[in-house]
Design a protein around this ligand. Structure first.
Ligand SMILES: [Zn+2]
Length: 363
């Protein structure tokens, strides 16, 4: 109890609040910029059971914002490192690391049995999966996102009749969103957002009534404006209204095709399939890398790819269509599966029938 003395002294916490934290079970998906900032405070506050899911490894370019890792830990798994860090910080709690990527197949197994799911991911695919898992396992989801100087944090509990889910607010997920690697980010932007996410998690777990599902914070950390909004439940939401079965729910989340009738994209518009590298090996597929030349130099994918490979930066694609064979399978790749999806959609709309996205994270 001595460890928690300074927070137990708060009338809002006291020994009863501390007991609630000790009994709480949380899952943090992502131990990057958001998770690395949030997790030490959650562990320090005495949350009794923390599980961290992350398949990624530490890169030197992470360290300006993921300050729990050290230079010597490059290429080591983040979930395992974060778990060890937290356990050193607070030996009285239980911390578990899962070095797996969240997928439609494992999401129910990984997300069941918690009081709160925390989203510290940087891509809309995983956010959609977590939203589906939150509804399926009836566990509230605290999402956080950063884009340059903008940040958003939202608490969703879509399985409840009156509470919105993530998709109620974002019915059409942006396909042109860039992740931190591509858009750039100041370390403190991720840090502030992660710490704020941890703060809201603590308030929620303590039962402080000012924090409710549907709360949504929008921050601009250049103008230093913070707004608190209330997200309403969307009665037409295709994900949290019980109009679709479970399989459909997961399928929809996986394919990021969720749209309400009014969301604007034609229902028959085809989306490119996401394919893992091992599915392409041994085929005659032509792989097109749509990253910029400086990215290719910094992180060449080519040695991993057995298939024929060429580079066409995305902005040059329209002018270089004549270089692409119409009768071959094409697989586009970029740094985060976003530009490659844009390029693949562009090609499909121009009559290239067999185009897919090569999952960058399968390399
Ligand atoms: Zn919804």
């Amino acid at each position: 109890m001595n460890r928690y003395l300074r927070q137990i002294t708060l009338p809002e916490i006291g020994p009863e609040g501390q007991r609630r934290l000790a009994e709480a079970r949380i899952l943090m998906v992502g131990a990057g910029g958001l998770g690395a900032a949030a997790l030490p405070y959650l562990a320090g506050a005495g949350i009794g059971n923390i599980t961290i899911v992350d398949h990624d490894t530490v890169s030197i370019t992470n360290l300006h914002r993921q300050t729990i890792y050290t230079t010597a830990q490059e290429n080591e798994n983040k979930a395992a490192l974060a778990a060890a860090y937290l356990q050193n910080l607070n030996p009285d709690i239980s911390v578990r690391a899962v070095g797996e990527k969240l997928t439609p197949e494992n999401m129910e197994r990984l997300c069941a049995g918690y009081d709160l799911l925390l989203d510290g991911t940087d891509n809309f695919d995983t956010k959609s999966l977590l939203n589906a898992a939150s509804i399926k396992t009836q566990t509230p989801l605290l999402t956080a996102s950063v884009n340059r100087f903008d940040a958003q944090i939202g608490l969703f509990d879509g399985s409840k009749e009156e509470s919105p889910c993530y998709h109620c607010l974002f019915p059409d997920l942006p396909t042109d969103a860039r992740n931190c690697n591509e858009a750039g980010i100041l370390g403190t932007t991720a840090g502030i957002t992660g710490v704020l996410q941890a703060h809201i998690a603590l308030l929620y777990l303590l039962g402080i009534k000012e924090v409710k599902s549907g709360d949504f914070l929008s921050l601009n950390l250049k103008s230093m404006r913070i707004e608190k909004l209330r997200a309403p439940k969307n009665r037409d939401c295709a994900v949290c209204n019980n109009t679709c079965g479970e399989t459909q729910l997961i399928h929809k989340a996986k394919n990021e095709k969720i749209s309400t009738a009014s969301a604007g994209s034609p229902a028959n518009m085809r989306k490119p399939e996401l394919v893992a590298l091992k599915e392409l090996t041994g085929t005659t597929t032509l792989v097109i890398d749509v990253r910029q030349p400086e990215e290719l130099r910094a992180d060449p994918f080519e040695p991993h790819i057995e298939n024929e490979y060429m580079s066409i930066p995305l902005p040059e694609l329209p002018a270089r269509l004549s270089e692409l064979p119409m009768n071959r399978n094409l697989a586009l790749i970029c740094a985060g599966n976003i530009r490659s999806a844009q390029g693949a959609e562009y090609l499909m709309a121009r009559g290239f029938n067999t185009v897919c996205v090569l999952d960058r994270f399968s390399l």
